[in-house]
Design a protein around this ligand. Structure first.
Ligand code: GLA
Length: 380
């Protein structure tokens, strides 16, 4: 990292920071409905070697960028929502959000290296945002807490980049801890670290990246969000979080729009699934979460309608070959699925999914075991 920074900028960086990608165990599309989510950090991370500047310039370079070797140089005063500078929008958006919030940040040189799979629904963009925010927070001694950095990064993504996402990915990257899943109430950002050690129970969680690229700004994500907001308005509640699970049928009966009704059903049942998973884990019932994950997939596929044939094939094949539970994870329309398996069945399930993809003529999926890793931190 330090060598890379020196090769690009000709000086030593002041420090190196890291922020991970995430996988979401349960609680999908609930975060912009004031609901519950339960992500954990991946061992995959984005590293940034960083030095501050005093001349109002932001320079960013990515070893894994589209054009390796190119430094993107931007004047802080020119940063404004709607600018388009490719991947540099993520760090630039964070600088913009920091300054917009009144923080006296006068520039920085950043060199990024990442092994978070890009476009795989594993929050590679949140990792870039959070590592940038954390580095600047320390270099400029801003004293912001993890949840505040997450809020700032969400603002960068919503306003500067223009993707109407929730708060889950940035909070996961900023606040997760090794060995735990993060139970987050997205209404007030209350957090609880939930021990999640599958190996101790003879199980594993596989991540299957379908390699179908997803994009949040393409409109479908925004349409789902707007549909949920319309549902809340029709029911006269601030957010769908406020619809109790035991009042769901009555609430559905009050919604006239046939497109909105299933969206509401997904959000209300999904919040309930997060609560069930929390309860099961607190009772030591790790295996019992499998069917809850699978139910979550059916709800995302049939009610929220954000799955795709490749994700469905992973889930169906994994379950048919012995998985305990499986579902798509992240924003949808491609990206990754998670599969809960007994450790000794992991190879069989992986092979079945690979064979099914080959038989369907799909590109070979990338499969790895996810163990909850650390959240954002200083690396050097
Ligand atoms: C994306 C968004 C998150 C969340 C998930 C779906 O990852 O960035 O805010 O809405 O989709 O759960």
């Amino acid at each position: 990292m330090t060598d890379g920074f020196r090769a690009v900028y000709g000086t030593e960086p002041t420090g190196v920071w890291a922020a991970p990608g995430r996988v979401n165990l349960i609680g999908e599309h609930t975060d912009y409905n004031d609901g519950f989510v339960m992500p954990f950090a991946l061992p995959h991370a984005t590293l940034a070697a960083v030095s501050p500047r005093t001349d109002g310039l932001l320079r960013v370079h990515s070893a894994s960028g589209e054009v390796p070797g190119d430094i993107v140089e931007l004047a802080l005063d020119d940063l404004a929502p709607g600018r388009r500078d490719g991947w540099a929008d993520y760090p630039a958006g964070v600088l913009w959000a920091l300054r917009d919030a009144g923080h006296a940040v006068t520039g920085a040189d950043l060199h990024f290296v990442s092994d978070v799979p890009h476009g795989a629904g594993l929050s590679s963009s949140a990792a870039i945002e959070v590592v940038t925010a954390l580095a600047l927070n320390e270099l400029y001694e801003l004293g912001l807490a993890g949840w505040q950095l997450a809020r700032l990064c969400q603002r960068a993504e919503n306003v500067y980049v223009g993707a109407p996402t929730g708060i889950m990915d940035q909070t996961a990257s900023a606040c997760c801890t090794a060995g735990h899943a993060l139970f987050l109430d997205t209404r007030d950002l209350t957090q609880r670290q939930v021990p999640f050690d599958l190996a101790a129970h003879g199980m594993r969680l596989l991540v299957v990246d379908t390699r179908v690229q997803h994009a949040h700004s393409d409109g479908e994500y925004g349409k789902r969000r707007a549909g949920c907001e319309a549902g809340a308005a029709a029911l006269g509640v601030p957010a769908l979080r406020d619809v109790p699970h035991d009042g769901l049928e009555e609430a559905l009966g009050r919604i006239e729009d046939d497109e909105v009704r299933p969206l509401v059903r997904h959000i209300v049942t999904e919040n309930h699934r997060v609560e069930r998973v929390i309860e099961l884990l607190s009772q030591g019932g790790v295996r019992a979460i499998g069917p809850v994950l699978t139910e979550g997939h059916a709800s995302l596929r049939d009610d929220f309608r954000i799955s795709c044939p490749e994700l469905d094939l992973v889930v169906d094949t994994a379950l048919a070959s012995g998985a305990i539970g499986a579902r798509m994870t992240g924003g949808g329309f491609g990206g990754s699925a998670i599969v809960l398996v007994d450790s000794d069945a992991a190879d069989t399930v992986t092979k079945s999914v690979q064979e099914a993809f080959a038989a369907a003529g799909y590109a070979a999926p990338r499969v790895f075991t996810a163990v909850p890793g650390a959240g954002a931190r200083r690396a050097r």
